[in-house]
Design a protein around this ligand. Structure first.
Ligand code: ZN
Length: 348
């Protein structure tokens, strides 16, 4: 009960990439970069184990950004044709590559780091991929000229990659869909269908991470416009509840998301965000346990997975790992509070 996990990304070591940036530059190149990515992946797995995390991730150590990492080994994308576009309904500007032909996966994208992570931990392993709608929202398109058609093309490529990751021994494949909080109508019209296509045929656990973004300024400013109660999930959760995806994340710590929205995803595992990635203040185990407790009226305890609100890539490493240790300690407190006392009479 209360197995802990992370949303996905973790800070990279200082020798690998610039710290505390969302789009950092690598500090190595060529063969050194290739080897450094693997070393950093193993280190991230071990540091999560030391922090007490039950379902560890590769920490996205081998990708500069959670979307463009996946695009690296696909046909149909021109990386030299870069354009600056507004993404997430113009919340930020990003310089993105352009789709110029049919999307096709040339071969493995993440095999090396997934294999390294698998070889170096006995714990359950999560691997993250960007969701089709979020990719579509983070790229320019001069070929498909239809967001649903482009999403389905990416979904087919994602599915090939996901099947390979499953074969490599990955236990949970999570699709990151922050765009699900922006284009609520599209989510119902074609977003969930594209997501299901990406997850088609997988026997491992599948998850979708929707969120209100990292703790970067553009997101903090956006959240300030959302009002007292954030109800975006209310529109998308019914479609996700009816989908084949097993797990759904919810940002609970220091957020304005009404916790009772968990009730809209009955039957799903819930990744309960207990760690605020927009603040350097380290949660106490008691605060984590309190967040877990607040979810209990809305879902069975064995469906709750304490997690971080979002990825931790832009944070300082020492703070991120201290937060993960608090997450694990808080889950342990919550477990003890629910389990029978040593006398066997129950602790009430
Ligand atoms: Zn997120």
């Amino acid at each position: 009960m209360f197995e802990t996990t992370v949303a996905g990304s973790l800070p990279k070591p200082l020798w690998l990439a610039e710290p505390e940036k969302l789009w950092p530059a690598w500090r190595l190149e060529g063969a050194a970069l290739k080897a450094g990515k693997i070393d950093a992946t193993i280190l991230a797995v071990k540091r999560q184990e030391d922090a007490g995390i039950d379902i560890v991730s590769d920490g996205e150590q081998a990708r500069i950004h959670f979307v463009h990492g996946f695009l690296a080994n696909l046909d149909g994308i021109d990386f030299n044709r870069r354009q600056t576009i507004g993404i997430r309904a113009d919340r930020y500007k990003a310089e993105v590559p352009t789709v110029t032909g049919p999307i096709r996966r040339k071969g493995s994208v993440h095999k090396l780091e997934a294999s390294a992570a698998r070889a170096h931990t006995k714990r359950k392993l999560k691997f993250t991929l960007p969701g089709p709608m979020t990719i579509v929202d983070t790229i320019a398109d001069e070929h498909y000229r239809s967001r649903p058609a482009l999403a389905h093309a990416f979904a087919a490529a994602l599915n090939e990659e996901a099947r390979e990751l499953e074969q490599l021994g990955v236990d949970v494949i999570q699709f990151d869909e922050p765009a699900f909080n922006v284009y609520m109508r599209d989510v119902k019209d074609w977003g969930v269908a594209a997501l299901e296509r990406a997850a088609e045929g997988l026997a491992c656990k599948t998850a979708v991470h929707i969120c209100y973004g990292y703790g970067v300024k553009a997101n903090i400013d956006w959240k300030a416009t959302l009002g007292e109660r954030w109800r975006q999930y209310e529109e998308t959760f019914p479609a996700l509840a009816a989908s084949r995806i097993d797990q759904v994340s919810l940002e609970c710590r220091n957020s304005h998301v009404p916790i009772e929205l968990i009730g809209l995803i009955k039957g799903k595992d819930v990744l309960v965000g207990c760690i605020d990635v927009a603040s350097n203040a380290i949660e106490t185990p008691e605060e984590v346990a309190e967040t877990i407790r607040s979810a209990l009226p809305y879902a069975p305890a064995d469906r709750l997975y304490p997690c971080t609100n979002c990825g931790m890539a832009p944070m300082a490493a020492e703070i991120a790992y201290a937060k993960l240790a608090a997450l694990a300690a808080g889950a342990e407190l919550a477990r003890k509070a629910l389990s029978p006392s040593p006398s066997g009479r129950g602790s009430g």
